[in-house]
Design a protein around this ligand. Structure first.
Ligand code: ATP
Length: 893
C-alpha cells in the first residue's frame, strides 16, 4: 500500500486501528503473533559447539594435545588420559567463561535498546521497540530515534534527519498531508518517518505502517546489528603483556628443560615437564578472567542502576576527576511544585505538595480566591494552556505524564479550579513551537471561542523579559516601563535565591494574521508579560553525601544547568557543590570567553548556570586540556557532542533521548547523581580486583617456574611431576582467581585520588609484589622438597607430594594477601565468602588427590604422614607472613 498517498482517515480504516485509543493490548498481541517482532535480523551467532572447539585453537592447548599423543605413543596411557582430561576440563572452563561474558554483553545490549512511546487501550505507555506492531500509534520528540516506519498524523515543527537511509545529512521538515507524484523516493516522502532515522527538532505522532525487515531500513540492510566486540585499554595492555609473558615463560621453560637434560634427566620426562610448565606458567586464562570480572562488575553496576554501554568506560570510571552534572532531575528530584506566583507587583503563596491538585492561594496571611484576581487567573490559565502535561490515574494514584515543569503549572491551575476539559472548550490550539533548551521558551498559538488568534509563550523569565513590549499592570496592558520591569527583576531574584525555578508567562494577540506565515521569531517577540510562577524542585536527599564522597575521592562535582544563576547557586550551596571560594559562571560569560581563557579559570568554577547544551562542549574541552578525566551527563540531542567528547559520557535513562543514550558510555536508570558515584566506586573496585588476580596468578606462576628452575640448577630430581603442575594450574590458580574478581572494595577505595589513566598494570608496587612473593613461594616449595627428600631419599614420590602440597597451600594462603594493597591483616578473611569456598574446595581437591588411592597413581602422589603437615603449613605460610611482618616493621619505624 502507498501510505504516503492516502488520507489519514483511510489509513486508519485500512490498518484497522484507532487514532484516539490506539490498539487494544489484545489486538497488539495478536498482531505481534501475526507479523512477528519489530526487529532487524541479526548476524548469525557463533554456535555453542564452535565456541567450545575454538578453545582448542589456543597454541598451548595444542602443544598439550601433542604431548598427550606422544605419551600415548610411548605407552604412558595414564599420563595421556590425565592430560586429556585436564585439557577438556580447561576447555569447558574457558567455554563457560566466554559464554558468560558474551551473554552478559548481550543482556547489556537489550537493556540499552530504545523504548518507544505507544498508545494502547487509550493511554500512553513506553514499550521496547521490538514490541511495536502495525497499527500502533506512536509519538516522538526531538532526540528520539524512530522505531518503525510510520505515516505521520500530527507534526509540530517536526524535523527528521534521514542520512542513515538517504545519505542526506540535512534534516527534512515533515508534514501530514497526502503526497502525490510519480517515483517519489524515500527522501521525498515528507509525511512518513522511517525506522532508524532521528528526530532533530519538534515532535509528532504517527501510525505504524511497517515493522522489522519490511521497513525501508530492513530492506536495505540485511544484517544491521553487527556485534561489536569491545575491549578495554587494560585488556589490550594485558594482551601485550601476555605476549611478553609467553616469551619469558618459554625461555625459562626451555632453560629448565635444557638444564634438566644436561643434568641427566631423561628426555621424555623433561619434555612433558617442560610442556606442563609452559602451560602452567602462561597465564592463558587471564584475558577470559578479566572479561568475566569486567562483565560481573558491569552486572553489579546494573543492580545499582547504572548501565555500561561501552566496556572501556568501566576502567575510565576509576580515573574520573571531574563530574559535570545536570541539575534538574539528576541533582534534584524533578518533582516540581509551584509555591509562589507573581503578577503586577503582587505575590501569592500556593499550598499543597507534589502532583496532588489540592491547595490554596494566599496573599500574605489571608487566603484569596484565584478567580477574584484577573491577572492571577490569566497567569494560571495560560500556564495550563501552553502545556502538554497530564495527570493520569494509575492504581488509584494521580501520576504525572509529561514534563515536570509543565506538570507543576498544570497542578497550580487545577488548584484554582481550572480543568483541561473546560480549557479545551474555550480554546483550540492550532500551532505549537516546542520548547528547546537553547531558546528556553515554548509557544502555542490558540484560537478562542470568538475565533481570535493569540499566542501564549512561557519560558525562562530573563529571556522573556527581553522579548516583552508591554506588561499587564493594574488589570491593564501597559507599555513596558523601567519601574515595572525593575519589579519583575526583583521578583525573579527573590524567588531564585530561594532555590525556586521560575517560569514567566506572556501572550500576544495575533488578530488577522495568517497561521501559515507565523514563525517562532515573529511570535516570540513584542509579547505582553503576565507574570511568574516559581516552583520548588527539592534536591535528591542522597546527593549531598554522594558529593562529599566524591570530594574525598579526589573528584570534583560541577553543576551545569539551564536554570537561573541564583536558583542554581542556592541549590549548589545546599548540596555542598558550591564552596566559599568557588566561582559561578553564566552562559553569557562563557560566550565571551575563548577556550584558552576558560582553561585558566575552569578549575575554580563549580556552577555553570543559564547555559545552553552547546556550552557543555566548551567546558569539557577546557577541563580536558587541564588534564582532567571528565564525566559529563546529558539528556537532549544537543548534549550529544559533549557526551561523546567527554571521557565518560553519561545519559539519563528516564528523561534521556535516544541520541544522548547512543552517544553515552553509561546510562543512569534512575537519572540520579548518586548512581554516578556508585558506578565510579564500582569502576575503581573492578580495576582493583583485576589487579588482585593478576598479582595472584603471576606470583603463583613465578613460584611454579622457579621451583623447577632452581631444582634443575641444584641438580635435584623433578620436584613436581607434570600432571601435578597442570593440576595446580587448573584448580589452585583458576577458582581463587575468579573469586578475587568478586571481591568487595577495600574500605579506602573512595578515599584515594583517581588513578592516572596511563598507569601501568604493575604500578603502585604490584610488580615487586609479584616477583617477591613468587620467589618466596618457589623458595619454600623447593625447601619443603629438599627437606622431605633428604629425610626419605628413596621415596621421591613422597617428597614430590610434599612439594605439591606446599606449593598449593602457599598459593592458597597468598591469595588472601592479594585482597589488600596494604597487608593481609587489614581485611577480614571471611569478607569474601566466594574466596573462602574457592580455597576450601581447592584444599579439599588437593586432599582427594593426595589421599584417594584410586587417584594416587594418576597424580603420582602418596599419603602424607600427619606430622609432615606441620612442615608444609609452616613453610607455606612464610611468603605471606614474612612480608606482612616486614610491613609492620616498616610501619613501626
Ligand atoms: P538542567 O540543565 O540542569 O537539566 P534545566 O532543566 O533547568 O537544567 P533546561 O531544561 O534547559 O534546563 O531549562 C532552561 C530554562 O528554560 C528553565 O530554567 C526554565 O526557565 C525554562 N523551561 C524549562 N522547561 C520549560 C518548558 N517546558 N517550557 C518553557 N520553558 C521551560
Amino acid at each position: 500500500m502507498k501510505f504516503h498517498e492516502m488520507r489519514q482517515e483511510d489509513i486508519e480504516k485500512a490498518i484497522n486501528t484507532d487514532y484516539q485509543q490506539g490498539l487494544s493490548s489484545a489486538d497488539a498481541e495478536n498482531r505481534k503473533k501475526q507479523y512477528g517482532y519489530n526487529q532487524l535480523e541479526e548476524a548469525e551467532k557463533q554456535s555453542a559447539l564452535l565456541v567450545f572447539f575454538s578453545q582448542f585453537k589456543d597454541f598451548m592447548v595444542l602443544v598439550l594435545l601433542a604431548a598427550t599423543l606422544i605419551s600415548g605413543l610411548l605407552g604412558e596411557y595414564i599420563d595421556a588420559i590425565a592430560i586429556i582430561a585436564i585439557v577438556v576440563v580447561n576447555s569447558f572452563l574457558g567455554f563457560f567463561q566466554e559464554r558468560k561474558a558474551e551473554k552478559s554483553l548481550q543482556a547489556l545490549k537489550e537493556l540499552s535498546a530504545p523504548q518507544v512511546s505507544v498508545l494502547r487501550d487509550g493511554s500512553w505507555m513506553k514499550v521496547h521497540s521490538k514490541e511495536v506492531t502495525i497499527g500502533d500509534i506512536i509519538r516522538f520528540s526531538s532526540g528520539d530515534r524512530i522505531g518503525a516506519d510510520i505515516r505521520l498524523i500530527e507534526t509540530n515543527n517536526l524535523e527528521i534527519e534521514e542520512s542513515a537511509l538517504t545519505g542526506e545529512s540535512l534534516p527534512v521538515l515533515k508534514t501530514t498531508k497526502p503526497l502525490h507524484g510519480k517515483g517519489l523516493n524515500l527522501g521525498d516522502m515528507e509525511n512518513m518517518a522511517f525506522m532508524g532515522t532521528l528526530v532533530t527538532r519538534g515532535n509528532g505522532l504517527g501510525v505504524v505502517t511497517s515493522i522489522g525487515m519490511n521497513t525501508a531500513m530492513g530492506q536495505i540492510a540485511d544484517m544491521i546489528q553487527k556485534a561489536e566486540t569491545m575491549t578495554t585499554p587494560l585488556q589490550r595492555r594485558l594482551e601485550e603483556l601476555g605476549k611478553i609473558l609467553i616469551t619469558v615463560a618459554l625461555i625459562l621453560t626451555a632453560l629448565v628443560v635444557g638444564i634438566g637434560v644436561l643434568q641427566g634427566h631423561d628426555i621424555y620426562s623433561m619434555f612433558l615437564a617442560g610442556v606442563s610448565l609452559a602451560v602452567a606458567a602462561i597465564p592463558e586464562g587471564l584475558p577470559a578472567i578479566v572479561t568475566v570480572a569486567l562483565s560481573l562488575g558491569v552486572q553489579r553496576m546494573i543492580k545499582q542502576k547504572a548501565i555500561v554501554r561501552k566496556l572501556p568506560a568501566v576502567e575510565t570510571l576509576g580515573c574520573a576527576s571531574v563530574i559535570c552534572s545536570d541539575k534538574t532531575g539528576t541533582l534534584t528530584q524533578n518533582k516540581m511544585t509551584v509555591t509562589k506566583l507573581w503578577s503586577a507587583g503582587r505575590l501569592w503563596d500556593v499550598s499543597g505538595t507534589g502532583y496532588v491538585p489540592q491547595g490554596d492561594f494566599f496573599n500574605g496571611e489571608s487566603r484569596v480566591s484565584p478567580s477574584s484576581d484577573q491577572s492571577l487567573k490569566q497567569l494560571l490559565t495560560f500556564g495550563m494552556l501552553c502545556n502538554h502535561a497530564e495527570l493520569v490515574e494509575r492504581d488509584g494514584e494521580l501520576i504525572l505524564d509529561g514534563d515536570p515543569t509543565e506538570g507543576a503549572l498544570l497542578v497550580a491551575g487545577m488548584k484554582a479550579g481550572l480543568t483541561r476539559d473546560a480549557l479545551s472548550t474555550s480554546f483550540r490550539i492550532v500551532k505549537e513551537f516546542p520548547f528547546d533548551s537553547t531558546r528556553k521558551m515554548m509557544t502555542v498559538v490558540a484560537e478562542d471561542a470568538a475565533g481570535k488568534l493569540f499566542a501564549v509563550t512561557k519560558g525562562a523569565p530573563d529571556v522573556l523579559v527581553g522579548k516583552s513590549a508591554s506588561i499587564i499592570w493594574d488589570g491593564k496592558v501597559q507599555k513596558a516601563n523601567e519601574a515595572a520591569f525593575q519589579a519583575v527583576e526583583e521578583a525573579i531574584s527573590g524567588m531564585s535565591s530561594n532555590a525556586l525555578r521560575t517560569i514567566a508567562i506572556a501572550y500576544k494577540p495575533l488578530n488577522g494574521q495568517s497561521l501559515d506565515l507565523l514563525t517562532e521569531a515573529s511570535v516570540e517577540k513584542e509579547v505582553t508579560f503576565i507574570g511568574l510562577q516559581g516552583m520548588i524542585d527539592p534536591p535528591r536527599p542522597e546527593v549531598k553525601q554522594a558529593v562529599r564522597e566524591c570530594r574525598d575521592a579526589g573528584i570534583k562535582t560541577v553543576m551545569i544547568t539551564g536554570d537561573h544563576v541564583l536558583t542554581a547557586k542556592a541549590i549548589a550551596k545546599q548540596l555542598g557543590i558550591l564552596k566559599s571560594n568557588d566561582r559561578v559562571m553564566d552562559g553569557k560569560a562563557l560566550n565571551e570567553m575563548e577556550i584558552e581563557e576558560l582553561e585558566e579559570i575552569v578549575e575554580d568554577v563549580s556552577v555553570f548556570a543559564r547555559v545552553s547544551p552547546e556550552h557543555k562542549l566548551k567546558i569539557v574541552k577546557a577541563l580536558q586540556n587541564r588534564g582532567h578525566i571528565v564525566a559529563m551527563t546529558g539528556d537532549g540531542v544537543n548534549d550529544a557532542p559533549a557526551i561523546k567528547t567527554s571521557d565518560i559520557g553519561i545519559a539519563m535513562g528516564i528523561t534521556g533521548t535516544d541520541v544522548a543514550k547512543e552517544s553515552s558510555s553509561l546510562v543512569l536508570l534512575d537519572d540520579n547523581f548518586a548512581t554516578i558515584k556508585s558506578a565510579i566506586k564500582e569502576g575503581r573496585n573492578i580495576y582493583e580486583n583485576i589487579r588482585k588476580f593478576i598479582r595472584y596468578l603471576l606470583a603463583s606462576n613465578v613460584g611454579e617456574i622457579l621451583v623447577m628452575l632452581f631444582a634443575m640448577l641444584l641438580a635435584l630430581p623433578l620436584p613436581l611431576v607434570p600432571i601435578q603442575i597442570l593440576w595446580v594450574n587448573l584448580v589452585t590458580d583458576g577458582l581463587p582467581a575468579m573469586a578475587l574478581g568478586l571481591d568487595k572494595p577495600e574500605g579506602d577505595v573512595m578515599k584515594r585520588k583517581p588513578r592516572h589513566p596511563k598507569e601501568g598494570v604493575f604500578a603502585r608496587g604490584l610488580g615487586w609484589k609479584v616477583v617477591s612473593r613468587g620467589f618466596l613461594i618457589g623458595g619454600v616449595t623447593l625447601l619443603a622438597f629438599i627437606i622431605a627428600y633428604h629425610q626419605h631419599p628413596d621415596q621421591l614420590e613422597y617428597a614430590q607430594t610434599i612439594a605439591f602440597a606446599t606449593l598449593v597451600l602457599a598459593q592458597l594462603i597468598h591469595v588472601f594477601d592479594c585482597r589488600s594493597e596494604v597487608s593481609v591483616f587489614s581485611r577480614n578473611p571471611f569478607g569474601n565468602m566466594y574466596l573462602v569456598w574457592a580455597v576450601l574446595s581447592s584444599l579439599l581437591l588437593m586432599l582427594v588427590v593426595i589421599y584417594l588411592p584410586g587417584l594416587q597413581p594418576i597424580f603420582h602422589t602418596v599419603s602424607i604422614e600427619p606430622r609432615d603437615w606441620l612442615l608444609i603449613v609452616g613453610l607455606s605460610s612464610i611468603p605471606t607472613f614474612l612480608l606482612a611482618g616486614s610491613f609492620f616493621a616498616r610501619k613501626k619505624q
